[in-house]
Design a protein around this ligand. Sequence first.
Ligand SMILES: Cc1cc2nc3c(=O)[nH]c(=O)nc-3n(C[C@H](O)[C@H](O)[C@H](O)COP(=O)(O)OP(=O)(O)OC[C@H]3O[C@@H](n4cnc5c(N)ncnc54)[C@H](O)[C@@H]3O)c2cc1C
Length: 488
Amino acid sequence: MPDSDRHLIEQSGGAPASAPLTVMWFRQDLRLRDNPALCAAAEGNGALLPLYILDDENAGDWKMGSASRWWLHHSLKRLNHALDGRLWVLQGDALGELLRLCDALQVERVVWNRCYEPWRMRRDHGIVEALRERGIEHEEFNGSLLWDPHEACKADGTPYVVFTPFYRNLNRHRPPGTLASAPDLRGPKLAACDQPAERIDRLGLLPAIRWYGGLADAWQPGEAGAHERSDTFIASSAAHYHERRDFPADGAVSALSPHLHFGEISPLRVWQEVHDADAGDGGESWIRQLYWREFSHHLLYHYPRLCDDNLKPGFERFPWRDKPELLRRWQQDSTGVPLVDAGMRELWQTGTMHNRTRMVTASFLTKNLLIHWLHGARWFWDCLVDADLANNSFGWQWVAGCGADAAPYFRIFNLVLQSRKFDPSGEYLRRWVPELAGLSDRRIHAPWEAGARELRSAGVTLGETYPAPIVDLRASRERALAAGRAVR
Ligand SMILES: Cc1cc2nc3c(=O)[nH]c(=O)nc-3n(C[C@H](O)[C@H](O)[C@H](O)COP(=O)(O)OP(=O)(O)OC[C@H]3O[C@@H](n4cnc5c(N)ncnc54)[C@H](O)[C@@H]3O)c2cc1C
């Protein structure tokens, strides 16, 4: 906590107006509606102090990346606005910051929604102990998942490692929990906040260099933006989701992942709305995707090493290669494979990437280049606005073949076929790799297959206007198959 802020807390000298004081600690639930912790915190006659703590100290290797920080800045601004400018904001080790605040303002109760990343669970465990020792009441809820990970186990109490039975079993029931409107926080309910008006800016979440123009054009962080996205998806795309979800040019997906990650909309609300929309196979298929999110969180909760280590035994023998120059070419969208470069450009410019291209770019890195999935996961972590430790780690391990229920090692994408199948007219490629736009719908997926005259008339010179492929796709596929056999 900056000294100036500490001084302000000390100055305010105890709970404002009406004690007892309850702290509502916002974390990955930056919303007022359907927020079980907020509803509980708002009960009773006492005052409520809404709080956010930016805790980079405990996050270790998984400190929020640049795109997520951009998102958080705007989401906090919107939350603060919705809270009448009363959101307290602290920065540093959450345990120390929270206890100092509790001592300074004689807080009686602290309430939050659970988070499931291993570092946050470890930290929260210590915080619960410390609050208990001080006689401060504490309550916690599930506001981020349809099912708490410990509730979603098999009949014998062990966790699932295969998606289909996990999904079948849970999808037979209505998820627990109830939807709730925003509690009435007007009047004396919200504690006064005498921190400086620029406290959110002072967190330094925005980068010094303004590279985020594309993110601002693509997204509206915050609860209102989340509901708008959800309404638009249900009205225009949900019914066709099952048919169109794999085509990256289409925009048929919900784009709700960053809103779900930051908790600007609850999974229960989107589940309920899609369920009630009666969107047929499209609705069912979308809800199934939401259950992939549940599954990855279930795995991270029960196997906390998911984010750092291969889940599948034997993979420690996999012959990953150390190729910094090839990694750089992948990161900087100059692999010479159009669908890979298109995905990486979409990521860099908008902070997201379609699921199909996430799989394709990840497969290219881990299979065709044989570069360790953690390098890819870290790059995604920095660039994605929806960077999510459970979904990202799970997605990378799944593609690399070392995760739970992962693609078998011999299932290696043929990248040109993927491109032709899921972007048949080259619309996505022309959007993101315009230097190839003059090629025919067939050649644009594999410019190296075009003849000299074809390339010339399209204004393409491989190695000059667009890179030649950095690896032979067929030979590298064979090499990856051999590597996979070695750890089978
Ligand atoms: C290598 C790789 C990395 C990924 N990293 C992330 C990440 O950091 N954060 C993230 O939210 N998703 C990640 N995903 C999963 C998926 O690509 C995104 O959730 C999806 O593209 C988000 O777009 P959407 O909101 O339009 O999804 P929709 O298609 O509309 O799906 C609805 C929701 O379901 C969930 N979902 C969909 N697909 C998956 C999936 N495969 N696994 C888990 N949840 C899913 C998401 O919350 C999504 O918002 C990754 C996938 C791969 C292959």
